[in-house]
Each structure stands twice: as C-alpha cells, then as structure tokens.
Design a protein around this ligand. Sequence first.
Ligand code: DAH
Length: 360
Amino acid sequence: MSEIDSLKSQLESLQAEALAAFAGAADLSGLQALRVQYLGKKGALTEVLKGVGKLAPADRPVIGKFVNQTKQALAAALDAAEAELAIKAKAARIESERIDVTLSGRKAGRGALHPVQQGLDELTAIFSQMGFAVAEGPEIEDEFHNFDALNIPPEHPARAMHDTFFLKDIQGDDGEPMLLRTHTSPVQIRAMKHFLAEGGEPPLAVVAPGRVYRCDYDVTHSPMFHQVEVFKVGRDVSLAHLKGVLQHFLSAYFEKDVAIRLRPHYFPFTEPSAEVDIGCVFCAGKGCRICKGSGWIEVLGSGMIHPNVLKSVGIDADEFSGFAFGLGVERMVMLKKGIPDLRLFFENDVRFLSRMGVMK
Ligand code: DAH
C-alpha cells in the first residue's frame, strides 16, 4: 500500500473509532475527555499528522485536505453529541425534580375552643342575653375584696376553708397582703364600687366570668379553675327573682327543662343562703351513680346579698337588696358533656380536646 493510502486508511479507521466512541459517551465530562483524546495537541489526529512529513511534497496537500475533513467531521460529531447529552441531562434533571401537582395538600390542623372556654362563653352569653353586664376583676386580689368586703372577717373560719394562695413578694398599695382570688365574688365589690363611682344608681346586674385559685388538688379539685359570679342589686330584688333567673339559666344551659331545688346553706356574703340542686341530668331524677341515688346534683351556691356586703361599698341596705350566686364552670361543663374526671381539662390531650372542643 502506498504511503498516502496507508495514511488515508489510518484516518478513516480513526474517524470510525472516534465516532463510535462519541456516540457511546455517557456524559459531558466523558465527551470532553474524548475531545482531548482525538483532537487535542497530543491527540490521535496529531499522531497521524506526524506521518505526513514522510510523504512526497506533492502528496502533502492531498492528505492535508483529508486531515481537515476528518478534523471537521470529528468536531461536528463532538458538538452534536455534546448538544444531545446536554438535552438528556436537562431531561433527567426535570424528571428527578418532578412533582405531582395533583396530589392533595397537607391539612392544616384547625383549632378548637377548649371546652372550659366554651362553657365560659356559653354561660356568659346566657346572662348577657338576660341583660346582665359582663365584668371582670383581677386574679391577684387583696384581702379586702376577696374576704373583708364579702363579710368574711379575719378570724372567720371561711377564710381557712378557702385554701388561699398568698403572694409572698407582692403587697397592695397600702401594704396589705395580696393573694390569688379564691372566688369571683370579689368582682361583686369591684363592679358595685365602679358603678357607683361612675354615678350609677341601682339597679345593677352583672355576670363575672373568670379564673380562681385554691391550694387544692385531687380528682375533683384543681388549683386553678373557673367560676361565673352573677348578681343583681336593685329595689325590691327578692328570692323570687333569684329563683326565676336560676330556673331560666339552668334550663337554657342544659337545653332542657331542668328541675331545681334550693337547699338552705350558709355563706358569709349572703343571707339567706342556699345551695342549688338540679334534677339529675343523667337519670332524670330516678337516682343513679352520679347523683348517688338522690336524683339531685348540686350545681351552685346562692343567696340574698348580705347587708354588710352592700354597706361595704356604700349602698343603703334598707333601700336596696340583691341576689347573688356563683358556680364552677368545669363542673357545669362536666355535667353537660358527661365528662367523668376534672383532670381531663388540664392534661391537654388533643384527643380529648378535639372531641370536646367546638370548632369556630
Ligand atoms: N363564692 C362562693 C365560692 O366560691 C360561691 C358563691 C356562693 C357565690 C354563694 C355567691 C353566693 O355569690 O351567693 O364558694
């Protein structure tokens, strides 16, 4: 074979080999390595060109043209392969990042009102609809409002019964001891004083929902719980008004006609005083485990506001009278919803809360 034919066939097989290699390149960096291998300064084509020197001068342009063609063919094939790999890489990336836009989204959990909050709202709303004004008082109280003004003097045994949390490091404006209020009854005093200071004249009817504290913890007692205090002061306010309001409110709250019973009792801030029972909502008065067979369940304390309480805020007890009652919210909610254990309210188990809570 002549020198020139041998070079030509070398170039042909080089081209065939290179094209096959380009086609088989797995990625862009592999292709780049092949570009160097075939077209680089020390590449295969350069190697073949070294043979050109041995040719007769007349043959050199012929083979030169052939070399150029091969070079162009390889360069073009490389560019094409590169473009193809770039498209493939892009497609692979799109595939790997694919998201299914038709999938349904994650649900954002919807909150519910805590059953105690719901009870507070319901109870307050019933009285609000009857024309009682809503009032709130401070949870940190002084002895005057929590006890003295409510006719519970310092030596009174009722003070001991209240299991009061006294605050060691806080004192009132006049240096008096401060405490966490043990009931919402002090709001009676604050609301009456405020009303009078604003130039008001009885009648005055107030509902006061709020948090109260007692140093007590067992199945039926929590150190923090909620009460609603209700009272009305005016001319000729009588026990009949108290009974009528109780009858209406208890039936509205339990959403049925409940029987009520007033049992004589003692509270320092009312005279006469009564505990109020309702016909058992679980057995309709027949007698069951919950009402301990009596058919009655105690729900609240009530009475006619003691003259000393009215006097403590400067209301003339000969001219005005009033009724008052106070109830425990947790207890009312337990009775309405059949919740057996007070502690469920405070354990924050979402299974309980989402079952009992009302979506708003
Ligand atoms: N303050 C009382 C308590 O927490 C409840 C109470 C009883 C309130 C009788 C009243 C009432 O207004 O008349 O035990």
